[in-house]
Design a binder for this molecule. Sequence first.
Ligand code: ZN
Length: 290
Amino acid sequence: MSTTPSRTATVADVVALLDQRYPPAWAEQWDRVGLVLGEPSAPVRRIACVVDCVPETVAEALEAGADLIVAHHPLLLRGVSSVAPTTYKGRIIHQLIKNDIALYVAHTNADVANPGVSDALAARLGLTDLRPLHPPAPGSPAAGQGRGLGRIGQLPQPMTLAELARHTARVLPATAWGVRAAGEPDRMVSTVAVSGGSGDSFLTDATAAEVDVFLTADLRHHPASEHVAEGGPALLDAAHWATERPWLDDLAAYLRDSLGVTTLVSDLDTDPWTVHAASPASPVDKEPRP
Ligand SMILES: [Zn+2]
């Protein structure tokens, strides 16, 4: 849907538009998506797009004069019995309501969509011929039309794992974490699976798809070690925020084109890690062998 430029969009218009592109029924069962707060009839001229709705990104939205925030991560995922302003999340909620800023969340329903969060990540790497890494079960609401969690695609040209790690660090938003890789650094890779956010539940999908390398975030020692030891694809581990931030550009363009609103895309790194100190002889930092 779209509104005529002569009428100012409302919160209800934004909800209808985003619910159409990212139907709440496509979200995982445990997820909590959609409108969190905001009067449906309130006008929306400026929208802030953020990965995390935290005090720092709310301050950005406030300064930019945003009427609505679209966040990727749910502010309220588990049950709450209080939104008192003396609590971390309660303070955020009070600030939003007091300043007439609505909040909408598109999380796993935006992950599974086509185009979705991992398409934007794949585009940063230059991957082509995209297909889902983990398609929805047949008959589930999101099934069909190329939808699914994660994407698999081809690099423009094969390169070593070490080169791909450096390429990935260059094309993703900068973070203290950067990118680390698991696997033989000189191994040639061309078929790449990507999954924005915490993707270690898709390690078996990456192995089954016989990709050369899998890029995601939040990989842990035991699952990663066992995956590599069993001959699975090489792994790239980036900062969680950096793997999801690329989607905000796609989201903002869609909102501008559909509603005629102005947008702010937050580049504020909300990853919790703020320092990275490479060991002097870290193999990851070595130049590739000739
Ligand atoms: Zn995430």
